[in-house]
Every structure is written in structure tokens, then in C-alpha cells.
Write a protein that binds this ligand. Structure first.
Ligand SMILES: [Zn+2]
Ligand SMILES: [Zn+2]
Length: 390
């Protein structure tokens, strides 16, 4: 598939003459003598192994394909699971990306912002020079689920950037269709990159909750980057009161600044009872951004009758509860996995009008990807690492 080269992520730009009679050169590109024909990526070639540089030739973009020059790519916590080859499913079991069809080598990176440098002949929605964020959770593109914008839940195929398809730990990314690109306008590209996973994970979970009233409370459990973004988005878009729940006092304080009505320590004595009472026993919903046994059982215990619990976090473990609680509380428990294409469009639009939390960004060169992943695994990262190709 790829061929190794030793020199890091330097560009090799080939200058090719336009083939005679080929319509695939977009008008806006005819003036550009250079085309991008080779991607220099950082990929791992065995599960759990280090990332190494690979070089892959790129064929000219056809149909609705678009080539992006990556300017910023966020490192997501899930990249640690992808590199390891799977997720902890509880009870000592691991899911396996390999059994699910992901092939080596894997070029990770699914929070991609960059500049359009090449478009196929059918592309109408973007042009060379546009600054875009890529929606990475790509499905088959043609089933009913994909057509309503829920490509991330496509039952037929997974073609995710940074997993099945090469992602943003690279100087160039080929996106299979321009519908997966959202122009970012005046947004900071480093920040807009994080919308493709962290941002839509927050927004996608919020959208799972039924509309709330000003008397309702919604709990946000886990106020890391994604949870904190959810607090700010809820404060901006929902009349409900917000209970932020996190063991870290600094995060509780920050959540209050971003619009939480009250903040609680889940480790305090009789936390569930204290929190529910402080919220007038009127928690209509709880979003669990941790996804651990303790956080999800707290969520279920907190919500009132008709309550909705959305489980987002992938910490791992098993979930147990007495079955009669479903009926007695008329309880709904939902899962939410990243978000849809429309969530990304909404979020880019919202971000230009709403003040979102300034989660600290740590910009680093792409060549530091191995150290950066290790720093993340060892808890040495504050905020989000954003990689930049040289
Ligand atoms: Zn992610
Ligand atoms: Zn589909």
C-alpha cells in the first residue's frame, strides 16, 4: 500500500501536464500549475505499534472527490483506542477493529481542517482555496441513513477518514465527496478542526434530548473538553437549567463560567441524592460523557420519571440496573456516537454566533505525533493537541 521514506513529512510536489481531453481539471485549478500527487502520512503498520512515515501516490481527483491540504488535525482520545486496535467492552473483552474490517496500515486523524487544493469534475460546493473542515464519519453515501445525514451510523459501510480511509496525520487528504466538507468562514481552523469529533459529539448528544422547559434540569456528567462544550452549547440553545458534574473543582468552576446553573462533585457522600434534591428532583435528562459504570448509574439514578439518559463516553465497563426501573420510571437510555453531517454544519454555524469554551489548544508539528499520542496516553496533555504538517 504505502512505501516508506525516511525524510519526515516533506512535500514532494509533482508538476504534471494536464492530460489532453480530460475534463477533470476544474476551472479554478487551470491557473494552478501544481497538482498534489503524493501524500506523506504518519501511519502504524501493526496494532499498538509506532507511527511511521509512508508515502502514497494520489491519482487525480475524479467525480466528486476533493483533495485537502491539511493545515490542522486534532488528536482525539479515541486515537489511542484505534492504535491499540479496539475498545474495552467490559468484562475483560476487547472489540477488534481488525475483525470489523479495518486494514493496516492505518493513518489516523479525524479532526481535519485544511485548504481545498484539487476538486473532481463533478464538484460544485467547494473550490480550490476554500478553507474547510472535513466530516470524517463517512458511510456508503447512498442508503437512507446516509441520505438523511447520519453517515456515521450507516448500516452498510464504514469509510471513516482516519480509520478505514487515510486521515489527517498527513499533508494531504483525499475526501470522497464534497458533501463531507463544510466551509469554516472566519473560524479559527485549529478550533474548527475539533468540531469534527469533539464538537459534534457534544452537539449530537444534546440533540438526542427532548425539548426542555425552563423548569427542567439537565445534568452533564464529565466536564472535560467535550462535556464543557456541551455545557456551553446547552446554555446557548436550551432554556433548561444545567447541573455540571465532575470530580475536579477547577472543571466545576469553569462549567459555571460557561453557563452551568450549579456544579457538583460526584464523589461526595450521597452525591446522587444531594444532586437530585438540589435540582428539585426535576432532572429531565443526563448526558454521560464518561461512560463508566459509576457515571452511567449516577445518570440513571439522577433523572426523574420520563427521564432521558444519553451515554456518550467510551471509558468502558458494563452497565447493570434492575429491569423494573425502566418501566417504573418510564426511563429512556440512549447511546450517542459522534454526530451527523448536519450536526457539523449546525455547529460551524453556531460557533460563529455563540461563545464556545476556549478549550486550550496545544499546536505541535505533525512529526511529533508519536510523542503526542504518548503524552495523551500518560495524561500529560492539557486541552487538545492540534498537529500541523510542516
Ligand atoms: Zn474523535
Ligand atoms: Zn449508508
Amino acid at each position: 500500500m504505502g512505501r516508506r521514506h525516511g525524510g519526515g513529512a516533506n512535500y514532494t510536489l509533482s508538476v504534471l501536464p494536464a492530460p489532453a481531453g480530460v475534463r477533470s481539471i476544474n476551472a479554478s485549478l487551470r491557473a494552478t500549475p501544481m497538482k498534489f500527487r503524493c501524500a506523506h502520512r504518519w501511519a502504524f503498520t501493526r496494532w499498538g505499534g509506532p507511527l511511521e512515515t509512508l508515502e502514497d501516490p494520489l491519482e487525480p481527483a475524479t467525480g466528486n472527490e476533493v483533495t485537502i491540504r491539511v493545515t490542522h488535525c486534532g488528536i482525539c482520545h479515541s486515537d489511542l483506542h484505534i492504535r491499540a486496535g479496539g475498545f474495552d467492552m467490559g468484562g475483560g473483552r476487547m472489540s477488534s477493529l481488525e475483525r470489523a474490517g479495518t486494514r493496516l496500515p492505518v493513518t489516523m486523524g479525524h479532526e481535519i481542517c485544511g485548504e481545498v487544493v484539487e476538486v473532481g469534475p463533478e464538484v460544485r460546493s467547494v473550490a480550490a482555496g476554500d478553507r474547510v473542515v472535513a466530516y470524517p464519519w463517512i458511510g456508503c453515501g447512498s442508503c437512507a441513513v446516509c441520505e438523511r445525514g447520519d453517515d456515521h451510523l450507516c448500516p452498510k459501510a464504514a469509510n471513516n477518514l482516519g480509520l478505514q480511509r487515510p486521515g489527517g496525520y498527513s499533508d494531504l487528504v483525499r475526501v470522497p465527496h464534497d458533501r463531507y466538507l463544510v466551509p469554516i468562514g472566519s473560524l479559527d481552523p485549529a478550533r474548527a478542526a475539533t468540531f469534527a469529533c469533539a464538537g459534534i459529539t457534544a452537539w449530537g448528544a444534546i440533540r438526542k434530548l427532548s425539548p426542555a422547559t425552563a423548569d427542567d434540569w439537565i445534568a452533564v456528567i464529565g466536564c472535560g473538553g467535550v462535556g464543557m462544550t456541551a455545557v456551553a452549547l446547552l446554555a446557548a440553545t436550551s432554556p433548561a437549567r444545567i447541573a455540571a458534574i465532575d470530580p475536579d473543582p477547577a472543571k466545576r468552576e469553569a462549567a459555571l463560567r460557561y453557563g452551568a446553573t450549579a456544579a457538583f462533585d460526584p464523589g461526595a457522600d450521597k452525591a446522587a441524592k444531594t444532586i437530585a434534591e438540589a435540582c428539585g428532583n426535576n432532572l429531565a435528562g443526563a448526558i454521560d460523557f464518561v461512560g463508566a459504570e459509576s457515571s452511567s448509574s449516577l445518570a440513571v439514578n439522577l433523572v426523574r420519571r420520563t427521564g432521558e439518559v444519553v451515554i456518550v463516553g467510551l471509558f468502558g465497563g458494563e452497565f447493570r440496573m434492575p429491569l423494573p426501573m425502566f418501566a417504573l420510571k418510564s426511563l429512556s437510555i440512549l447511546g450517542s456516537y459522534v454526530g451527523g453531517l448536519n450536526d457539523l454544519r449546525d455547529l460551524v454555524d453556531l460557533a460563529q454566533r455563540v461563545e464556545l469554551p476556549e478549550i486550550p489548544l496545544d499546536l505541535r508539528p505533525l512529526a511529533s505525533v508519536n510523542e503526542s499520542l504518548d503524552d495523551l496516553a500518560n495524561g500529560r496533555v492539557v486541552g487538545r493537541v492540534i498537529l500541523q504538517p510542516a
